[in-house]
Design a protein around this ligand. Structure first.
Ligand SMILES: [Cu+2]
Length: 149
């Protein structure tokens, strides 16, 4: 009598174990995805990287043709400045926008051009940094970023 009960008990235990196994598939949720996704490098504005030491800048309709100029660090560059307006314009480079930062330093100040006329500016070597350029006559209309790197 005692032994028979014991066998039934073992059988029930085996059934329970089997049920447990089928209801909960082992380690199904434990698969950790070891994804080696490489972050795509940030999309830098490649249109404003230094490309040689001969730069061009055009002024027309009281606008510059670009909002970004770039120069290699530590190298003097020339800027062929084409003032197509019958107006005075120039190119001046500051450490920061002088209208926003009263401590901005003048890094280069080009002579005013009596347009329409072309002039070549000789910009001295600058250390790497992100600077500001504008036309001293129209600083709110003609300005941009001067990148040195
Ligand atoms: Cu101007």
């Amino acid at each position: 009598m005692t032994r028979w009960v014991g066998i039934v008990g073992l059988g029930a235990a085996a059934l329970l174990a089997a049920c447990g196994g089928t209801n909960a598939p082992p380690s199904a949720a434990a698969t950790s995805s070891s994804s080696s996704e490489t972050m795509s490098s940030g999309s830098m504005n490649s249109s404003c990287a230094p490309s040689g030491t001969a730069l061009k800048l055009t002024a027309k309709d009281t606008m510059f043709n670009t909002s970004c100029l770039a120069a290699p660090a530590g190298q003097a560059v020339t800027v062929n400045f084409d003032d197509q307006d019958p107006l005075q314009h120039n190119l001046a480079i500051y450490s920061a926008d002088p209208m926003m930062d009263k401590n901005a330093k003048t890094l280069f100040k080009g002579d005013l051009v009596n347009g329409p006329k072309t002039m070549t500016y000789n910009i001295p070597a600058l250390t790497a940094g992100t600077y500001h350029f504008h036309c001293d006559i129209h600083p709110t209309q003609m300005y941009g970023t001067f990148v040195v790197k």
